[in-house]
Design a protein. Structure first.
Length: 371
């Protein structure tokens, strides 16, 4: 199948998903706004990981170097191009802000009311949008001399950018996820959310590389290196997730325990078990050995499991905060609608956007042949 025909097939599929999901979202927003806004929040949280994780990996490479970027850069750049869509996807939530965030109209004063203030929230979000898109532009268009796998000559700027990204992502995790329960607090939570966003992005990037990169002895180590990075960050995510659970269980505080109780009741316990299996145990076992990291099938399977678990995790983090809320068709519709737009931008950038992303780094065509 030629690239143009593959693109048209994908575009038709994405169009159908957008029509189906968009229609469901419009009906949900009109008839059941109390169910629509949580569904849209979960979808926005999930898809935000695609550009954030890719941006973080490019900035890290500027500091450390690595020959794997010759294979990964085209896909990472295509993921970063989706940043404007992912960053502004939260805007519809302001129409139902009081239905999503209980602290927006609290019945009693909050200890952290200085932070959970609507005006301050909007200003933080605006800063995030500007900062993330500015860093995305820097990662896409600033000249780099990393073709030989060494650290970039602009590593000092990337180091500052990485610090800004880490702080902004931490506050975004607090704002959009943890503040759904205004009385719950965990210093580990931002690391859990950040690691999940990174893993979701790297999983999709690695899945694309495993499926499309040509069979090449020279490029195989690059795929193995990326699989090793994914394995390491999976272990980190599992570790900090367990640490938070252990700390909450040991402290046994009334303001913290309900956060976990809501996520093991009414079927959410099954989702938690599925998340542990698909998000850590299965991909960990698949990628543990050196030969597996070089296997296209093993890497693609592990990456697909991690990516799917990212969606389950977004639902598991967001939806239990709403009483009586279980998975419904509206949750899938929101993921389809936003995902169709995100993936069209992503695939177009990967297949046709090289003129937009032109730079001195090797291109997908020159490094791999045509997609």
């Amino acid at each position: 199948m030629t690239r143009d025909r593959a693109w048209m097939t994908f575009l038709l599929t994405a169009g159908a998903a957008l029509i189906l999901g968009g229609t469901g979202c419009l009906l949900g927003a009109e008839r059941a706004p109390g169910a629509f806004f949580p569904a849209w929040l979960a979808a926005s949280v999930f898809w935000l990981g695609l550009p954030l994780g890719a941006l973080a990996l490019v900035l890290v490479h500027d500091l450390t170097g690595g020959r794997w970027m010759a294979t990964a850069r085209p896909v990472l750049e295509a993921a970063i191009v989706t940043m404007p869509v992912a960053a502004v996807a939260f805007l519809p939530l302001f129409a139902g802000f009081h239905q999503v965030f209980a602290w927006a109209s609290p019945a009693a004063p909050l200890d952290n009311a200085f932070y959970l203030d609507f005006g301050f929230f909007v200003r933080r979000y605006a800063v995030d949008v500007l900062l993330w898109n500015g860093l995305a532009a820097y990662a896409l268009w600033w000249p780099r001399d990393d073709a030989v796998g060494v650290a970039s000559s602009v590593s000092w700027a990337s180091g500052i950018g990485l610090l800004l990204l880490a702080f902004s992502v931490s506050f975004a995790a607090i704002d959009w996820i943890m503040s759904l329960e205004p009385h719950f607090w965990s210093a580990v939570f931002v690391m859990i959310a950040g690691a999940r966003w990174f893993n979701t992005s790297l999983a999709l990037v690695l899945f694309i590389i495993a499926l499309t990169a040509p069979r090449s002895t020279e490029r195989a180590p690059h795929r193995a290196d990326l699989a090793a990075i994914l394995l390491a960050t999976l272990i980190f995510w599992a570790y900090v997730s367990f640490c938070q659970y252990l700390i909450v269980w040991e402290e046994n505080l009334a303001r913290e325990i309900p956060w976990y109780l809501r996520r093991i009741e009414s079927g959410w316990g099954v989702a938690a078990a599925a998340l542990a299996v698909t998000g850590f145990v299965a991909p960990f076992l698949l990628l543990l050995s050196r030969p597996a990291k070089s296997s296209r099938l093993a890497v693609a399977t592990a990456a697909a499991l991690v990516f799917a678990s990212g969606l389950v995790d977004a639902w598991w983090m967001v939806l239990p905060e709403f009483p009586g809320r279980n998975l419904a068709w509206l949750d899938a519709a929101a993921v389809l609608a936003l995902g169709a737009v995100m993936l069209v931008v992503f695939v177009w950038s990967l297949c046709f956007g090289r003129a937009l992303l032109a730079r001195r780094a090797p291109t997908w065509e020159t490094s791999h042949g045509r997609v």
